[in-house]
Write a protein that binds this ligand. Structure first.
Ligand code: RIB
Ligand code: CA
Length: 306
């Protein structure tokens, strides 16, 4: 499989998506953006999860501190002050992260890869849009973007917009209109894939720190994610990993989409552009949750099982 890059804003569901991706895909590195929390916190949280996964040498780079053209909106009520509340990481040492900016690292990576990369994006799309705008000569080095964001119907941060697209609607519009092949996984399907309380308990069967970490994190997340129900809590970002590696789990619609950027009442809302479908943008409209969760647990228990 082609090289894989992750752009994230950990964030509870990003953390689970990161562990799943590390267990099943040739991940070359992680870049972080501001979103669920400020970028200093999403960077620290990515480090925490990478270390818990046992791959401390994996490349990790800091990206955007705020959206392209707007002030940052974070989600502390959902992910907590740290961005990963619910588990005490006992940070053993201050972080010594690379000072190389994410975009410079991504440019050297994409230019140097022998084959086009798969990019999995689970944060507001600021880093991805900045790369597209700054390096048009390298767009052919991106084979596909699998992103969690948007919704054909409804919203979560407002009644008509999903958080990632709301935070940086300009970036979302740039990415969706780039012509790069995209698999978009929005709330239409992430609200169907709910992790149950028994699933949260099942994390405890995983070995060492990973099991207890996920149990603590998702016990917190289930209490704070606004779209959690008594059936379970949506694990949004993990579905972007699934869409990259197993598109057959989903039903796809080929469509061209716009993202509302001007009207403050529906900022971030997605609209289908009638009559056009360049074919580069696929939107998930349904998911086989049985196959998805069987795959997720197989990957997690295969890599982190006791
Ligand atoms: O709306 C859900 C998305 O917003 C997920 O990526 C979650 O991590 C938050 O960033
Ligand atoms: Ca996220």
């Amino acid at each position: 499989m082609e090289p894989v890059y992750l752009d994230m804003d950990p964030g509870h569901d990003d953390a689970l998506a990161l562990l799943v991706a590390l267990a099943c895909l040739p991940v070359q590195g992680v870049t972080v953006a501001a979103g669920n929390q400020t970028v200093d916190k999403t960077l620290r949280n990515a480090r925490r999860v990478i270390d818990a996964a046992g791959v401390p040498a994996l490349a990790l780079r800091q990206g955007a501190e705020h959206p392209l053209f707007r002030p940052l909106v974070t989600a502390g009520s959902v992910h907590g002050t740290s961005g990963l509340d619910g588990y005490d990481f006992h940070d053993l040492h201050p972080m010594q992260e690379s000072s190389e900016p994410a975009l410079g690292w991504l440019r050297s990576q994409m230019a140097g890869n022998r084959e086009p990369a798969t990019w999995i994006a689970t944060a507001p799309l600021t880093n991805v849009a900045s790369f597209i705008l700054g390096h048009p000569d390298l767009l052919g080095r991106i084979g596909m973007i699998s992103l969690m964001g948007g919704a054909l119907q409804g919203g979560n941060i407002t009644e008509c917009a999903e958080f990632n697209f709301y935070v940086d609607p300009d970036a979302a519009a740039i990415v969706l209109g780039s012509g790069i092949p995209i698999r978009m996984v929005g709330l239409d399907v992430t609200h169907k894939a709910l992790l149950s309380q028994s699933g949260i308990q099942r994390f405890r069967q995983l070995k060492g720190k990973v099991g207890e970490m996920l149990y603590g994190l998702f016990t917190f997340f289930a209490d704070h994610e606004p779209d959690a129900t008594d059936q379970g809590v949506p694990i949004h970002d993990v579905l972007a990993v699934a869409a990259a590696s197993h598109p057959e789990f989903f039903t796809w619609l080929s469509a061209d989409l716009t993202v509302e950027r001007c009207d403050p009442h529906c900022r971030g809302q997605v609209q289908i552009v009638k009559g056009t479908a360049l074919g580069s943008l696929q939107v998930a409209t349904d998911i086989d949750t049985g196959r998805f969760f069987a795959w997720m647990w197989d990957v997690l228990e295969g890599q982190y099982g006791s």
